[in-house]
Ligand binder design. Structure first.
Ligand code: PEP
Ligand code: MN
Length: 326
């Protein structure tokens, strides 16, 4: 991704004329003021690529400089991440991660894995440690569930995606996970991000419930800086104002991060919508917006699910969605 740029003005430049000229070039510039006077503009990277020489031709512009970025490792991140031998990223066939919200029993996850492998899903998901909003709801079966999850995935040749909720469980999670999930509620938890990064596994970083893109990218930077070999961002809906859906799926963010910044981004329509009847259209929309993959909750018996039943699909419902996509 190109860096943000600082456009420094000549001392006697007409700042508003420069701003108009930059707009005419398709650049969205933010004034940087000193003592109330605009001395420079900051231009975020955008899909319109212009050389420094072209910008310097604008009357009143003294110099075009690369702005220091707060997340240089994210800026240098490749558009693809290798996860257990499968590449996730722009321009590649979409990768599908599916499975129940929680790993509830050995049998449940085996039944799910068998059905999902038959659909051509690449990775099995399921939480052994569940981050819940209420302290009184099911918090996962813990370490035994990690064992069941890995066994089930191995039995059907699937990769494993599962979440680390606390620092003390990261090494156990990283031992079984091909892609370590950091959940929405943990995105701001810097010590966990750094601990997950040190585990040296690729990270699936969900967006915080109301995180800005910069906050999300800084969380990715923390994982990369601590040693993560790659980060896949996962948009899962942000807090909206309308309770008709559980969250508000921000596909503008997906397009910006995937298409403009060239980062690997997945979409989780399940936690975004919170209801199974919206998963199919949101999967199609996510891929149209540039998503490199989908994370979908699927349960062999959603009515019996111990968490997130209303949004879980049956395997045959996912099958219909994947047929439509393919
Ligand atoms: C999950 O993937 O089951 C989960 C808890 O997701 P999120 O962190 O997006 O709420
Ligand atoms: Mn869930």
């Amino acid at each position: 991704m190109p860096p943000a740029r600082v456009i420094r003005l000549e001392p006697d430049a007409d700042a508003s004329a420069v701003e108009r000229a930059l707009r005419a070039l398709g650049l969205w510039a933010r004034p940087l003021k000193a003592e109330g006077v605009t001395r420079a503009f900051l231009v975020e990277p955008c899909s319109r690529e212009l050389s420094a020489e072209e910008i310097e031709r604008v009357q009143g512009v003294a110099a075009v400089l690369a702005a220091p970025s707060p997340h240089p490792r994210v800026d240098a991140h490749p558009s693809r991440v290798d996860v257990g031998g499968i590449a996730i990223g722009r321009g590649l066939p979409p990768v599908v991660v599916a499975g129940p919200c929680s790993v509830e029993s050995r049998e449940q996850i085996h039944v799910a894995a068998e059905a999902l492998a038959a659909l051509g899903v690449q990775a099995l998901r399921g939480g052994a440690f569940k981050p819940r909003t209420s302290p009184y709801t099911f918090r996962g079966r813990g370490r035994e569930a990690l064992v069941w999850l890995r066994e089930a995935a191995d039995a059907y040749g699937l990769l494993v995606v599962t979440e680390a909720v606390s620092e003390e469980d990261v090494s156990a999670v990283a031992e079984v996970a091909d892609l370590v999930q950091v959940g929405s509620r943990s995105m701001h938890h810097l010590p966990l991000l750094r601990r997950v990064g040190r585990a040296a596994r690729p990270v699936l970083l969900k967006r915080g419930l109301s995180a800005t893109l910069e906050e999300w990218l800084l969380a990715a930077e923390a994982c990369l800086d601590a040693g993560a070999p790659g980060v896949v961002l996962c948009e899962r809906g942000v807090r909206g104002f309308d309770p008709s859906t559980r969250n508000l799926l921000d596909l503008g963010a997906v397009a910006l991060l995937a298409e403009v910044r060239g980062l690997p981004v997945m979409v989780d329509p399940s936690h975004a919508a919170g209801r199974r009847d919206l998963i199919a259209p949101l999967c199609r929309a996510a891929l149209a917006a540039g998503a490199a993959g989908l994370l979908v909750e699927v349960h062999p018996d959603p009515g019996e699910a111990r968490s997130d039943g209303p949004q879980a699909l049956l395997p045959r419902e996912l099958e219909a969605i994947l047929e439509g996509i393919r």
